[in-house]
Design a protein around this ligand. Structure first.
Ligand code: 2P0
Length: 337
Protein backbone atom coordinates (compact mmCIF):
# COMPACT_ATOMS: atom_id res chain seq x y z
CA UNK A 1 0.00 0.00 0.00
CA UNK A 2 1.26 3.48 -0.88
CA UNK A 3 0.35 6.70 0.87
CA UNK A 4 -1.44 9.05 -1.48
CA UNK A 5 -1.99 12.75 -0.92
CA UNK A 6 -5.11 14.48 -2.26
CA UNK A 7 -5.21 18.24 -2.61
CA UNK A 8 -7.96 20.41 -3.92
CA UNK A 9 -7.57 24.10 -4.72
CA UNK A 10 -10.14 26.40 -6.24
CA UNK A 11 -9.56 28.96 -8.89
CA UNK A 12 -9.71 32.61 -7.96
CA UNK A 13 -11.19 35.57 -9.76
CA UNK A 14 -9.10 38.73 -9.58
CA UNK A 15 -10.93 41.92 -8.63
CA UNK A 16 -7.72 43.94 -9.05
CA UNK A 17 -5.67 42.12 -11.64
CA UNK A 18 -2.10 40.87 -11.66
CA UNK A 19 -0.90 41.89 -15.09
CA UNK A 20 2.75 42.54 -15.88
CA UNK A 21 5.82 41.65 -13.82
CA UNK A 22 8.72 43.66 -12.45
CA UNK A 23 10.78 40.48 -12.52
CA UNK A 24 9.60 37.34 -14.32
CA UNK A 25 12.22 35.05 -12.79
CA UNK A 26 11.42 36.04 -9.22
CA UNK A 27 7.70 36.26 -10.07
CA UNK A 28 7.58 39.82 -8.80
CA UNK A 29 4.35 41.46 -10.00
CA UNK A 30 4.16 45.03 -11.25
CA UNK A 31 1.28 45.81 -8.87
CA UNK A 32 -0.66 44.49 -5.87
CA UNK A 33 -3.66 42.31 -6.72
CA UNK A 34 -6.86 41.31 -4.92
CA UNK A 35 -9.00 38.26 -5.60
CA UNK A 36 -11.90 36.15 -4.44
CA UNK A 37 -11.19 32.44 -4.09
CA UNK A 38 -13.96 30.39 -5.67
CA UNK A 39 -15.62 27.27 -4.35
CA UNK A 40 -16.48 24.67 -6.98
CA UNK A 41 -14.23 25.67 -9.89
CA UNK A 42 -11.30 23.65 -8.64
CA UNK A 43 -8.33 21.46 -9.49
CA UNK A 44 -8.06 18.14 -7.70
CA UNK A 45 -4.58 16.67 -7.61
CA UNK A 46 -3.20 13.47 -6.15
CA UNK A 47 0.47 12.71 -5.59
CA UNK A 48 2.47 9.77 -4.34
CA UNK A 49 6.13 8.85 -4.29
CA UNK A 50 6.98 6.27 -6.95
CA UNK A 51 10.03 4.27 -7.80
CA UNK A 52 10.85 5.72 -11.24
CA UNK A 53 13.50 7.81 -12.97
CA UNK A 54 11.21 10.80 -13.50
CA UNK A 55 8.00 12.33 -12.30
CA UNK A 56 4.88 11.30 -14.14
CA UNK A 57 1.88 13.53 -14.74
CA UNK A 58 -1.64 12.70 -15.84
CA UNK A 59 -4.21 15.35 -16.65
CA UNK A 60 -7.86 14.29 -16.91
CA UNK A 61 -6.64 10.71 -17.34
CA UNK A 62 -4.11 11.44 -20.10
CA UNK A 63 -0.38 10.88 -19.48
CA UNK A 64 1.61 13.98 -20.47
CA UNK A 65 5.37 14.10 -20.63
CA UNK A 66 7.67 16.98 -19.72
CA UNK A 67 7.82 18.26 -23.29
CA UNK A 68 4.10 18.89 -23.60
CA UNK A 69 3.77 22.63 -24.40
CA UNK A 70 0.85 23.30 -22.04
CA UNK A 71 2.14 21.24 -19.12
CA UNK A 72 5.91 21.69 -19.11
CA UNK A 73 5.43 24.19 -16.27
CA UNK A 74 4.18 21.33 -14.08
CA UNK A 75 7.49 19.44 -14.45
CA UNK A 76 9.47 22.67 -14.17
CA UNK A 77 7.74 23.42 -10.90
CA UNK A 78 8.33 19.92 -9.51
CA UNK A 79 12.01 20.20 -10.52
CA UNK A 80 12.25 23.58 -8.80
CA UNK A 81 10.69 22.31 -5.54
CA UNK A 82 12.81 19.13 -5.53
CA UNK A 83 16.02 21.07 -6.12
CA UNK A 84 15.26 23.81 -3.59
CA UNK A 85 14.37 21.41 -0.75
CA UNK A 86 16.61 18.48 -1.78
CA UNK A 87 13.80 16.00 -2.35
CA UNK A 88 15.22 13.04 -4.29
CA UNK A 89 12.07 11.00 -4.71
CA UNK A 90 10.06 11.14 -7.91
CA UNK A 91 6.31 11.71 -7.79
CA UNK A 92 3.37 10.28 -9.65
CA UNK A 93 0.82 13.05 -10.08
CA UNK A 94 -2.74 12.99 -11.43
CA UNK A 95 -4.85 16.10 -11.79
CA UNK A 96 -8.24 17.11 -13.09
CA UNK A 97 -10.22 20.32 -13.32
CA UNK A 98 -13.91 20.87 -12.78
CA UNK A 99 -13.91 23.44 -15.61
CA UNK A 100 -12.52 23.84 -19.15
CA UNK A 101 -8.78 24.53 -19.16
CA UNK A 102 -7.33 27.61 -20.82
CA UNK A 103 -10.63 29.39 -21.33
CA UNK A 104 -10.09 32.34 -19.04
CA UNK A 105 -10.93 30.64 -15.78
CA UNK A 106 -7.56 30.69 -14.10
CA UNK A 107 -6.68 27.01 -14.49
CA UNK A 108 -3.01 27.65 -13.81
CA UNK A 109 -4.02 29.26 -10.50
CA UNK A 110 -5.93 26.28 -9.13
CA UNK A 111 -3.67 23.78 -10.92
CA UNK A 112 -0.35 25.03 -9.61
CA UNK A 113 -1.79 25.60 -6.12
CA UNK A 114 -3.13 22.03 -5.90
CA UNK A 115 0.10 20.67 -7.40
CA UNK A 116 2.26 22.51 -4.87
CA UNK A 117 0.17 21.30 -1.92
CA UNK A 118 -0.01 17.67 -3.09
CA UNK A 119 3.69 17.50 -4.00
CA UNK A 120 4.94 19.11 -0.79
CA UNK A 121 2.62 16.92 1.31
CA UNK A 122 3.86 13.84 -0.50
CA UNK A 123 7.55 14.67 -0.12
CA UNK A 124 7.20 15.56 3.56
CA UNK A 125 4.57 12.87 4.43
CA UNK A 126 2.20 15.54 5.73
CA UNK A 127 -1.44 14.59 6.21
CA UNK A 128 -2.71 18.14 6.78
CA UNK A 129 -1.81 21.83 6.55
CA UNK A 130 -0.95 21.69 10.28
CA UNK A 131 1.54 18.90 9.55
CA UNK A 132 3.06 20.90 6.71
CA UNK A 133 3.39 23.92 8.97
CA UNK A 134 5.18 21.83 11.61
CA UNK A 135 7.65 20.81 8.94
CA UNK A 136 8.35 24.45 8.13
CA UNK A 137 5.87 24.99 5.30
CA UNK A 138 3.29 27.49 6.50
CA UNK A 139 0.28 28.38 4.39
CA UNK A 140 1.97 31.62 3.35
CA UNK A 141 5.15 29.79 2.37
CA UNK A 142 3.09 27.35 0.29
CA UNK A 143 1.43 30.39 -1.30
CA UNK A 144 4.83 31.77 -2.29
CA UNK A 145 5.94 28.40 -3.65
CA UNK A 146 2.72 28.22 -5.68
CA UNK A 147 3.28 31.76 -6.95
CA UNK A 148 6.64 30.66 -8.32
CA UNK A 149 4.78 28.04 -10.37
CA UNK A 150 2.19 30.56 -11.56
CA UNK A 151 1.66 34.00 -10.04
CA UNK A 152 -2.08 33.86 -9.52
CA UNK A 153 -1.79 30.40 -7.87
CA UNK A 154 -0.41 32.01 -4.71
CA UNK A 155 -3.79 33.61 -4.01
CA UNK A 156 -5.56 30.22 -4.21
CA UNK A 157 -3.81 29.03 -1.04
CA UNK A 158 -6.32 30.98 1.04
CA UNK A 159 -10.10 31.11 1.03
CA UNK A 160 -12.24 34.23 0.95
CA UNK A 161 -10.71 37.49 -0.25
CA UNK A 162 -6.96 37.50 -0.76
CA UNK A 163 -4.36 40.16 -1.42
CA UNK A 164 -0.98 39.67 -3.05
CA UNK A 165 1.26 42.58 -2.17
CA UNK A 166 4.23 43.27 -4.44
CA UNK A 167 6.32 44.89 -1.67
CA UNK A 168 9.38 47.09 -2.09
CA UNK A 169 11.55 44.17 -3.20
CA UNK A 170 10.87 40.74 -4.74
CA UNK A 171 11.56 39.02 -1.42
CA UNK A 172 9.22 41.39 0.46
CA UNK A 173 6.11 40.09 -1.31
CA UNK A 174 3.16 39.08 0.87
CA UNK A 175 0.13 36.93 0.17
CA UNK A 176 -2.52 37.26 2.83
CA UNK A 177 -6.19 36.59 3.42
CA UNK A 178 -8.03 39.90 3.86
CA UNK A 179 -11.51 38.60 4.73
CA UNK A 180 -12.79 35.04 5.17
CA UNK A 181 -15.50 33.75 2.85
CA UNK A 182 -18.27 34.33 5.40
CA UNK A 183 -17.52 38.06 5.48
CA UNK A 184 -19.50 38.48 2.26
CA UNK A 185 -21.06 35.62 0.29
CA UNK A 186 -20.47 36.97 -3.20
CA UNK A 187 -21.29 34.81 -6.22
CA UNK A 188 -19.49 34.49 -9.55
CA UNK A 189 -21.60 33.37 -12.48
CA UNK A 190 -19.31 32.66 -15.42
CA UNK A 191 -20.70 33.06 -18.93
CA UNK A 192 -18.62 30.77 -21.13
CA UNK A 193 -17.85 32.18 -24.55
CA UNK A 194 -15.07 29.77 -25.41
CA UNK A 195 -13.74 26.39 -24.37
CA UNK A 196 -10.65 26.58 -26.48
CA UNK A 197 -7.07 27.17 -25.38
CA UNK A 198 -5.81 30.74 -25.35
CA UNK A 199 -3.84 31.83 -28.39
CA UNK A 200 -1.04 33.36 -26.31
CA UNK A 201 -0.20 32.12 -22.83
CA UNK A 202 -0.58 34.51 -19.90
CA UNK A 203 3.09 34.12 -19.00
CA UNK A 204 4.18 35.37 -22.44
CA UNK A 205 1.52 38.09 -22.53
CA UNK A 206 2.59 39.38 -19.07
CA UNK A 207 5.94 40.24 -20.64
CA UNK A 208 4.26 42.25 -23.40
CA UNK A 209 2.45 44.50 -20.90
CA UNK A 210 5.38 46.95 -20.72
CA UNK A 211 5.04 47.67 -24.45
CA UNK A 212 1.63 49.29 -23.94
CA UNK A 213 1.61 53.06 -23.52
CA UNK A 214 -1.24 52.55 -21.04
CA UNK A 215 0.67 50.24 -18.73
CA UNK A 216 2.64 52.75 -16.64
CA UNK A 217 -0.39 54.96 -15.93
CA UNK A 218 -2.29 51.79 -14.97
CA UNK A 219 0.39 50.82 -12.43
CA UNK A 220 0.44 54.36 -11.07
CA UNK A 221 -3.33 54.26 -10.45
CA UNK A 222 -3.46 50.77 -8.93
CA UNK A 223 -2.86 51.72 -5.24
CA UNK A 224 -5.80 54.15 -5.25
CA UNK A 225 -8.06 51.55 -6.83
CA UNK A 226 -6.90 48.95 -4.30
CA UNK A 227 -7.82 51.24 -1.38
CA UNK A 228 -11.25 51.88 -2.86
CA UNK A 229 -11.84 48.17 -3.44
CA UNK A 230 -10.78 47.25 0.10
CA UNK A 231 -13.12 49.89 1.48
CA UNK A 232 -16.04 48.54 -0.59
CA UNK A 233 -15.17 45.00 0.49
CA UNK A 234 -15.06 45.98 4.14
CA UNK A 235 -18.46 47.69 3.86
CA UNK A 236 -19.89 44.85 1.70
CA UNK A 237 -20.98 47.59 -0.69
CA UNK A 238 -21.68 46.06 -4.10
CA UNK A 239 -22.68 49.35 -5.69
CA UNK A 240 -19.24 50.73 -4.75
CA UNK A 241 -17.25 47.59 -5.65
CA UNK A 242 -19.04 46.85 -8.94
CA UNK A 243 -18.00 49.91 -10.99
CA UNK A 244 -14.42 49.46 -9.74
CA UNK A 245 -14.45 45.84 -10.94
CA UNK A 246 -15.64 46.83 -14.40
CA UNK A 247 -13.20 49.74 -14.84
CA UNK A 248 -10.36 47.49 -13.68
CA UNK A 249 -11.18 44.70 -16.14
CA UNK A 250 -11.64 47.08 -19.07
CA UNK A 251 -8.41 48.88 -18.22
CA UNK A 252 -6.44 45.62 -18.16
CA UNK A 253 -7.94 44.67 -21.52
CA UNK A 254 -7.11 48.14 -22.89
CA UNK A 255 -3.50 47.44 -21.92
CA UNK A 256 -3.65 44.03 -23.59
CA UNK A 257 -5.13 45.50 -26.78
CA UNK A 258 -2.37 48.12 -27.02
CA UNK A 259 0.68 45.90 -26.51
CA UNK A 260 3.04 44.73 -29.23
CA UNK A 261 1.73 42.32 -30.39
CA UNK A 262 -1.81 43.38 -29.44
CA UNK A 263 -3.90 40.80 -27.69
CA UNK A 264 -7.68 40.61 -28.03
CA UNK A 265 -9.14 38.13 -25.56
CA UNK A 266 -12.71 39.45 -25.66
CA UNK A 267 -14.78 38.04 -28.50
CA UNK A 268 -17.51 39.78 -30.50
CA UNK A 269 -20.31 37.76 -28.91
CA UNK A 270 -18.97 38.64 -25.45
CA UNK A 271 -19.06 42.35 -26.42
CA UNK A 272 -22.68 41.99 -27.54
CA UNK A 273 -23.49 40.21 -24.30
CA UNK A 274 -21.91 43.02 -22.26
CA UNK A 275 -23.96 45.67 -24.07
CA UNK A 276 -27.20 43.80 -23.27
CA UNK A 277 -26.03 43.19 -19.69
CA UNK A 278 -25.31 46.86 -19.04
CA UNK A 279 -28.61 47.93 -20.61
CA UNK A 280 -30.57 45.50 -18.43
CA UNK A 281 -28.78 46.71 -15.31
CA UNK A 282 -29.57 50.32 -16.21
CA UNK A 283 -33.21 49.32 -16.56
CA UNK A 284 -33.03 48.00 -12.99
CA UNK A 285 -33.45 44.30 -13.89
CA UNK A 286 -30.71 43.22 -11.43
CA UNK A 287 -27.64 44.41 -9.57
CA UNK A 288 -24.53 42.63 -10.84
CA UNK A 289 -21.17 43.63 -12.31
CA UNK A 290 -18.70 41.99 -14.65
CA UNK A 291 -15.02 41.28 -14.66
CA UNK A 292 -12.94 39.51 -17.32
CA UNK A 293 -9.62 37.67 -17.01
CA UNK A 294 -7.15 36.76 -19.77
CA UNK A 295 -9.82 35.01 -21.80
CA UNK A 296 -13.22 35.64 -23.38
CA UNK A 297 -15.42 34.52 -20.49
CA UNK A 298 -17.45 37.02 -18.53
CA UNK A 299 -17.46 36.65 -14.74
CA UNK A 300 -20.58 38.21 -13.23
CA UNK A 301 -20.22 39.17 -9.58
CA UNK A 302 -23.45 39.44 -7.57
CA UNK A 303 -25.11 38.74 -4.22
CA UNK A 304 -26.95 35.57 -5.23
CA UNK A 305 -29.28 37.50 -7.53
CA UNK A 306 -32.25 35.40 -8.68
CA UNK A 307 -33.20 38.31 -11.01
CA UNK A 308 -29.84 38.02 -12.76
CA UNK A 309 -30.23 34.27 -13.29
CA UNK A 310 -33.75 34.66 -14.74
CA UNK A 311 -32.57 37.48 -17.01
CA UNK A 312 -29.75 35.27 -18.28
CA UNK A 313 -32.10 32.33 -18.86
CA UNK A 314 -34.68 34.50 -20.65
CA UNK A 315 -32.23 36.37 -22.87
CA UNK A 316 -29.40 33.91 -23.43
CA UNK A 317 -31.04 30.48 -23.18
CA UNK A 318 -28.19 28.68 -24.98
CA UNK A 319 -25.32 30.40 -23.19
CA UNK A 320 -23.37 28.00 -20.97
CA UNK A 321 -23.12 29.24 -17.39
CA UNK A 322 -21.07 28.09 -14.42
CA UNK A 323 -22.43 29.20 -11.05
CA UNK A 324 -19.95 29.55 -8.25
CA UNK A 325 -19.40 31.58 -5.10
CA UNK A 326 -16.66 32.56 -2.69
CA UNK A 327 -15.01 29.49 -1.15
CA UNK A 328 -13.09 28.51 1.96
CA UNK A 329 -9.76 27.65 0.34
CA UNK A 330 -7.81 24.49 -0.39
CA UNK A 331 -8.00 21.09 1.28
CA UNK A 332 -5.53 18.28 1.84
CA UNK A 333 -6.00 14.69 2.93
CA UNK A 334 -3.99 11.50 3.04
CA UNK A 335 -5.20 8.06 2.04
CA UNK A 336 -3.94 4.69 0.90
CA UNK A 337 -3.59 3.69 -2.73
C1 2P0 B 1 -5.03 37.60 -12.30
N1 2P0 B 1 -4.35 36.86 -14.57
O1 2P0 B 1 -4.76 38.45 -11.45
C2 2P0 B 1 -4.72 37.95 -13.74
C3 2P0 B 1 -5.89 38.59 -14.41
C4 2P0 B 1 -5.08 36.85 -15.80
C5 2P0 B 1 -5.82 38.12 -15.83
O2 2P0 B 1 -2.79 36.11 -13.21
O3 2P0 B 1 3.06 33.87 -15.69
O4 2P0 B 1 -1.28 32.52 -15.26
O5 2P0 B 1 1.98 31.96 -14.50
O6 2P0 B 1 2.49 34.09 -13.29
O7 2P0 B 1 -0.79 33.66 -13.05
C6 2P0 B 1 -2.80 35.08 -15.27
O8 2P0 B 1 -1.43 34.99 -15.10
O9 2P0 B 1 0.72 34.02 -15.06
C7 2P0 B 1 -3.32 36.05 -14.29
P1 2P0 B 1 2.12 33.46 -14.60
P2 2P0 B 1 -0.72 33.69 -14.54
O10 2P0 B 1 -5.60 36.52 -12.02
Amino acid sequence: MTEIYRASASSNIAFLKYWGKKDPVLQWPANDSLSMTLNQLASRTTAFVHDADDHSFQFQGEALDRHHPSFSKVYKHLDYLAKTFHFDQKLSIASSNSFPTGAGIASSASGLAALTIAAMASWTSSASFEDLEEKGFSREQLAHLSRLGSGSAGRSLFGGYVQWQAGSHADKQKILPVYAADHWKLCDTVALFSHSEKSRSSTVAHGDAWTSILFRPRIAGAPERMSAMLKALEARDLSALGPLLETEALEMHAVMMTTRPPQFYITEDAVEFLAAFRRARQEGRFEAYFTIDAGPNIHIIHESSAELVSWLQENFPTLQLLHDRVGDGPSLERGLN
